[in-house]
Design a protein around this ligand. Structure first.
Ligand code: CA
Length: 226
């Protein structure tokens, strides 16, 4: 299981650092932003698994950020507020935040809330296994097997295979694949897709020499053939 990525948005640098240290120690990957107007562009580029969001921020306040975010993303948000009495008002605004924590808080309390919200948002018991013919792919463990033997893939290869397998026999264009795979540490551009697919195909065909699992549809894209 990969580390969850948590984005902290907090302009009081002392508070931000304490939160960052505690969350890192609890096993999370942590990023830090100080300005409110940096948040939406950041999330559009690399969506975290969760955000801790202060309300009073330079550039754009936390409420506005939350509203903007909910137009395109469901990532869980915990709002940090300076006043307990503010929480009722915020709840009334229906911002779509998942929880509220009042300052001053104990870092331990924050960790507990973070864990609770993550559990709610990403239930681990939810099995995410895709099976198509002799190939199975587990999204939680990222394990891919061919006839029950592990197939070692790079993150990009895993991402492309996953997309293709979610919809066997449907043709995906290169742009579609590129678009959908970005949450899976994709590290290349349009042209490199062909290389990743070629490598993926080679790895699979070593195990299944008699089957063309990934088909190139000329002028269109690729499909998973089963
Ligand atoms: Ca602040």
């Amino acid at each position: 299981m990969e580390k969850r990525h948590i984005l902290i948005v907090e302009d009081e640098i002392k508070i931000a650092r304490v939160l960052q240290d505690y969350l890192k120690n609890a096993g999370y990957t942590v990023s830090l932003l100080e300005r409110g107007d940096d948040v939406i562009p950041y999330i559009r580029k690399q969506p975290p698994d969760m955000m801790l969001l202060d309300i009073m921020l330079p550039g754009m306040d936390g409420m506005e950020i939350c509203r903007e975010l909910r137009k395109f993303s469901n990532i869980p948000v915990i709002m940090l507020t300076a006043k307990a009495e503010e929480i009722d008002r915020l709840l009334g605004l229906g911002l779509g935040a998942d929880d509220y924590i009042c300052k001053p808080f104990s870092p331990r309390e924050v960790i507990a809330r973070v864990k609770a919200v993550l559990r709610r948002s990403y239930p681990e018991s939810e099995e995410k296994k895709i099976v198509a013919g002799p190939i199975s792919l587990d999204e939680n463990t990222r394990l891919v097997t061919v006839n029950d033997a592990e197939l070692k893939l790079t993150p990009s290869e895993f991402g492309f295979l996953r997309i293709l397998m979610t919809n066997p026999n449907r043709v995906f264009t290169r742009n579609e694949l590129l678009d959908k795979v970005q949450g899976y540490n994709f590290d290349g551009y349009d042209r490199t897709i062909d290389t990743h697919i070629k490598n993926l195909r080679k790895k699979i065909s070593e195990r299944l020499p008699d089957q063309d699992i990934i088909i190139t549809v000329y002028g269109a894209g690729y499909k998973f053939n089963i």
